[in-house]
Design a protein around this ligand. Structure first.
Ligand SMILES: C[S@@+](CC[C@H](N)C(=O)[O-])C[C@H]1O[C@@H](n2cnc3c(N)ncnc32)[C@H](O)[C@@H]1O
Length: 449
């Protein structure tokens, strides 16, 4: 039945890691606006940092992230110098040495940095920010390049969480995506991490990849749980070859069709739950004792550019090319081209090229969408009241949800909107009913399942 419904609804809608979403950012936010926003922050604010390392030594054909392939270390070393200068620039513009509770390195592959360079980077950050005692220092890690010495260096630098890119274990799929990473390789790296005290492990899995089937994704889950990650992210392969031309290396005929993708996401999700994981939001799973599952149970889950998080910080600062920051005043995104990023920082100017100053309307809609994306339900009246508004202001949005209600995907009780169990995969669509920007520009999103 879900396949018929998927055909009925246009599921090409955003994943709402922010509201408004990044395609609606524009040039009204630049380095000067950002500098003003930073200066106005309360010095008592606790913040999070996201740092982007846009390098890999080999391209995975499925990759949808912003990265560059490098065969030498020089460009990475040069980028690190820019990052260190960018940290100094930030420290100089902030109203004091603010506390940092969550640090996340994404990519690309942050593990392209050498162990010594990790120490330099984290030392510089510690000079600029006060890391809280319980600070989470998380790194996206590519096990194919990790050695035991490297894992030891990460641990020494203070890294205490890693997200391991696995995607799938099947050799046929691995060959088709240009990422050879057998189970034993990941198992060895996981062993080193535990031995050196990095015990908070996430793993990234995907469905919808070449040659995957429902049976094979069940096997993928069974292998994954043998490594006992605390969290698993299960992403549907977004095939966007018009934006990411290397994805043309994946022949379309090897990709599962929509019905098969549904079968795969159902199979993988059911299997993870059967293994004792708790489904969190759109695409995450966590062991019941993990903070993400606990936060879900207590209504404290949040969503940001990195996905689902327990992070409650009101401020996330972005560092590095393409990184997006989130401040109480709005969103600010760094330039993506490495040259533009480097030259701006060298000139002492923040490399911000796009962003969006939040309006009151954006804030209330963003809060409704975040609660729905996290809790799969939202009391629109309660959120509206907190923002000095009323649920009646959203009558049109409730009307937009009617077809989903008629199909048993959404239940409305008073002003509370809740996804039904069958409606869970349609979560993005319910959130989209509250998106005032949708259809304001021609943007093609990938399949929702
Ligand atoms: C930025 S990547 C970094 C992973 C890490 N550098 C590695 O390769 O091991 C983070 C995750 O995004 C997911 N991802 C990347 N491209 C994707 C796409 N086209 N569709 C869906 N998920 C994707 C993958 O699961 C990947 O592990």
């Amino acid at each position: 039945m879900t396949v018929d419904l998927a055909a009925k609804y246009d599921l090409r809608v955003p994943r709402y890691t922010s509201y408004p979403t990044a395609p609606h950012f524009d040039e009204s936010v630049d380095g000067d606006v950002y500098r003003g926003w930073l200066a106005d922050l309360d010095p008592a604010t606790e913040l999070s940092l996201y740092s982007h390392i846009p390098f890999c030594d080999e391209m995975c054909w499925f990759c949808g992230c912003y990265t560059k392939i490098v065969k030498r270390y020089e460009p990475v070393a040069e980028y690190l110098e820019t990052l260190l200068q960018e940290i100094d620039l930030l420290a100089g513009a902030l109203p004091g040495r603010l506390a940092a509770r969550h640090l996340h390195w994404g990519g690309g592959s942050p593990t392209m940095l050498t162990g010594d360079d990790w120490l330099r980077l984290i030392d510089r950050l510690r000079a600029a920010f006060r890391f809280t005692d319980d600070a989470e220092v998380a790194v996206e890690l590519d096990p194919r390049t990790a050695t035991e010495d490297y894992v030891r260096a990460l641990a020494r630098a203070g890294v205490n969480r890693t997200s391991i890119g696995q995607q799938d274990f099947h050799p046929e799929t691995q060959r088709a995506i240009n990422r050879i990473q057998p189970f034993e390789m990941t198992e060895q790296v996981v062993g080193w991490m535990r031995a050196h005290g990095i015990s908070a492990l996430n793993m990234d899995l995907m469905y919808g990849l070449p040659y995957q089937t429902a049976d094979r994704v069940r096997e993928m889950v069974d292998l994954t749980v043998r490594l006992k990650p605390r969290r698993v992210a299960l992403f549907g392969y977004a095939h966007v070859p018009w934006m990411k031309t290397h994805q043309k290396m994946i022949p379309e005929e090897t990709l599962p069709d929509t019905a098969e993708r549904w079968a795969q996401v159902d199979a993988a999700s059911e299997r993870l739950v059967a293994h004792g994981y708790v489904a969190v939001g759109l695409d995450h799973f966590a062991l019941p004792e993990d903070e993400l599952a606990v936060a879900l149970g207590e209504g404290r889950l949040h969503r940001n550019f990195q996905g689902y998080t327990t992070d409650t910080a009101q401020v996330m600062l972005g560092l590095g090319a393409s990184a997006i920051g989130q401040l109480p005043q709005g969103y600010a995104q760094n330039a993506s081209p490495l040259k533009a990023h480097r030259e701006s920082v060298a000139d002492g100017r923040f490399p911000i090229t796009r962003g969006l100053a939040l309006s009151e309307e954006d804030r209330v809609r963003g809060a409704i969408i975040e609660r729905l994306m996290c809790d799969l339900r939202v009391d629109v009246a309660a959120v509206a009241t907190r923002h000095g508004r009323s649920a009646d202001d959203f009558a049109e949005e409730f009307d937009k949800l009617e077809p989903l209600v008629a199909d048993g995907l959404v239940a409305i009780d008073g002003a509370t909107v809740a996804m039904t169990p069958a409606g869970r995969p349609f979560l993005r669509l319910a959130a989209a009913a509250f998106d005032a920007y949708l259809n304001r520009g021609a943007k093609r999103y990938s399949k929702a399942v």
